[in-house]
Design a protein around this ligand. Structure first.
Ligand code: DHB
Ligand code: FE
Length: 283
């Protein structure tokens, strides 16, 4: 059976792509963000996943307001990047892992999640930047399965539902008939709000409590409605739903506990409180 080796959560912000493109990783503005990654690179060099399941939110690229699935799973052989144009100018397509896609799709539908399956899917900065941050070299060594959660148009799925989705994805990975190693990634958050009267809103106290809860009490955030989470973390900070899904994927009935590999938190990059968290399951 496949091995689920761990999970990583990271913020995504299009400007990170611009910084990578311009080689600004050591610039004083960017260093506190990029300096968080080497311990996670070391962990990835040791654990060497073959495949990544990417929980992320599309920002109006592949899905627009006219057609907005709550949950969508990619089942493509490759994924082309397209974006707003603030990031890395061009990226080669990312390799899909179609067999795992269908394993996840079949498991989710079997567990009564009504998902959208996408045999063609464009991916934006939320899917591509974590891959570039975690594997900075030219060629991306992992194949991907994108799992998209709607955080851009209300009604949004609840934290409780995203936790359940993550758990089901974890079940699917562990039951996959393959000798491959799989990591789960969450792309988004932490607190930020890009528009409206509260533009620029950041909530460090909540972010740190949330990050801590993923270790000590992973279902803590599921007590909150999406409206409450938007109040606490901002309209776009609700992207923290990805972190919950990633964390849930690492829980099994037998062993819900995880060990922290590394974390980082830095305010701000652009308008966002950035977080990084790498976790591995306890045996
Ligand atoms: C920013 C953050 C995001 O999550 C995003 O998708 C776009 C922009 C920002 O802080 O600039
Ligand atoms: Fe975003």
């Amino acid at each position: 059976m496949a091995q689920l080796i761990g999970g990583i959560a990271t913020s995504h912000i299009p400007a990170i792509g611009g910084a990578i493109h311009k080689g600004l990783q050591k610039d004083p503005y960017w260093a506190p963000f990029f300096d968080g990654f080497p311990p996670v690179h070391d962990w990835l060099a040791r654990t060497r996943p073959d495949v990544v399941v990417m929980f992320y939110n599309d920002h109006g690229l592949n899905f627009f307001l006219d057609k907005m699935p709550t949950f969508a799973v990619g089942a493509a052989a490759q994924y082309e990047n397209a974006d707003e144009g603030w990031g890395i100018p061009t990226l080669p397509p990312f390799r899909g892992e179609v067999d795992l896609s269908w394993q996840i799709i079949n498991t989710l539908v079997g567990q009564e999640f009504d998902i959208t399956t996408c045999q063609e899917m464009l991916v934006d900065h939320a899917c591509t930047l974590p891959l570039k941050l975690l594997w900075p070299g030219d060629a991306c060594p992992v194949a991907i399965v994108p799992v998209c959660i709607n955080t851009v148009q209300f009604p949004l799925p609840s934290a409780k539902r995203c936790y359940a989705l993550g758990k089901a994805v974890g079940d699917a990975i562990r039951a996959w008939d393959s000798d491959k190693k799989v990591a789960v990634i969450a792309s988004g958050g932490l607190s930020h709000q890009l528009d409206g009267e509260r533009a620029g809103f950041i909530n460090k106290g909540f972010d740190l409590q949330f990050m801590d809860s993923l270790l000590s009490n992973p279902e803590w955030a599921t007590q909150f409605s999406t409206t409450e989470l938007v109040r606490k973390a901002g309209t776009q900070g609700i992207e923290l739903l990805m972190w919950l899904a990633m964390r849930a994927a690492l829980s099994t009935g037998a062993s819900p506990a995880v060990r922290k590999v590394h974390s980082n938190y830095h305010i701000p990059i652009s308008n966002t409180a950035t977080g990084l968290l790498a976790l591995e399951p306890c045996d």
